[in-house]
Design a protein around this ligand. Structure first.
Ligand code: CP3
Length: 345
């Protein structure tokens, strides 16, 4: 049954005649139908916790474009929320959390995740799974411990996650405890998502690329490997996509030791190099420049064709190198899908 879905086939090691495509942040502000529902919600978190609304916006890009996968509509910051940290989203400014400046403040958080608080997310999954077309895969997700911790410490987005990096240098033991707590919380959360009905999960480590090698090992590689090991042990049938953004040459050690089924590449990474390094051991996902999709025209066609060429013969999931931008014209998304799906010589 599962294997009729192109995305799951690619993740499970099979070559498919169609190249599956979905886009990170495909449910979002570039869609007028998203903005319409979003404008009615009191806050972004309430929106994430309203199953009827979250299910509807999960399905919107599937109805409009027929992507090969739906990604659950939620946010990586529901995990800090379910650990007892205050989380809000300022419109136009991004997330705001009560920052963690001293190790003592960690004791204000729960030791383990309150999955009851996330019940609306599991209900959203239940609603979406019954409404998807048979060929459409369903992706659950969470943030990786390092990326989530970086927001928990800074209390907001920053250009380089300096507050969390400083905290990790100054208080390595306290930081390790936070990371361990996030490993357990995020793994439990993904297990529940799988039980509720998602068919694959993506772990977003959006800020992996700012760390020096030793810190990358401690805060990215090792925690995500722990998560992957537990998930593989507990739910061996569920493929895992790791988006370790900006991993660069670390891709070699990821492919050798992380244990995921696919690795997402970010915009600046070279597909031809990544194909050589992975040598068929994992699928690769990516990595169209979101700005090429905004630009459209010949520039977009050239970028699409060069990716199709670079990944040809390799297990490939077409995606962006990072999330779709709110100013992306709908017609450019239509053009992208048509081009990726058109038969090639
Ligand atoms: O991909 C999807 O369509 C599914 C939903 C999804 C959202 N956020 C919805 C969202 C997913 C998978 C995420 C992941 C996420 N959230 C990440 C990792 C991926 C990445 O982009 O690096 C991160 C770092 C976050 C944290 C976050 N959430 C930030 C920094 C922001 C503000 C920036 C922005 O784009 O506005 C958000 C808000 C957010 N999450 C929006 C959406 C659709 C926009 C808020 C709105 O509609 O008002």
């Amino acid at each position: 049954m599962h294997d009729e879905k192109p995305l799951l086939s690619v993740l499970r090691g099979k070559k498919t005649s169609v190249r599956p495509i979905w886009l990170m942040r495909q449910a979002g502000r570039y869609l007028p139908e998203y903005r319409e529902i979003r404008s009615k919600a009191t806050s972004f978190l309430d929106f994430c916790y309203t199953p009827s609304a979250a299910a509807e916006v999960t399905l919107q890009p599937i109805r409009r474009f027929g992507f090969d996968a739906a990604i659950l509509f939620s946010d990586i910051l529901v995990v800090p929320d379910a650990l007892g940290q205050k989380v809000s989203f300022e419109s136009g400014e991004g997330p705001r959390l009560e920052p963690i400046e001293y190790p003592e403040q960690l004791s204000l958080l729960r030791d383990s995740i309150d999955l009851d608080r996330l019940e609306p997310v599991f209900e959203t999954i239940d609603r979406v799974k019954g409404a998807l077309p048979p060929q459409t895969a369903f992706i659950g997700f969470c943030g990786a411990p390092w990326t989530v911790a970086s927001y928990m410490i800074a209390g907001r987005g920053t250009p380089d996650q300096a507050p969390a990096r400083l905290f990790a240098y100054r208080h390595p033991e306290a930081f390790e405890k936070l990371i361990d707590r996030l490993v357990a919380a995020s793994t439990a959360y993904l297990l529940r998502q799988i039980d509720a009905g998602v068919e694959t999960v993506q772990i977003f480590d959006s800020w992996a690329g700012v760390l020096p090698a030793g810190e990358f090992d401690k805060w990215v590689f090792s925690p995500v490997r722990k998560m992957v090991r537990t998930l593989k042990k507990e739910r061996p049938e569920t493929p895992i996509i790791a988006f370790i953004r900006g991993a660069g040459t670390h891709l070699i050690e990821l492919v050798e030791g992380l244990g995921a089924d696919a690795y997402g590449l970010e915009t600046a990474e070279d597909p031809a190099w990544a194909v050589r390094q992975t040598a068929g051991r994992a699928a690769l996902q990516g990595n169209l420049d979101p700005l090429a999709l905004v630009a459209g025209g010949d520039a977009l066609d050239i970028e699409i064709d060069s990716l199709l060429e670079a990944f040809s013969g390799h297990r490939h999931i077409f995606n962006l190198g990072h999330g779709i931008l709110p100013q992306t014209p709908i017609e450019h998304v239509e053009r992208l899908i048509a081009r990726v799906r058109s038969p090639r010589i």
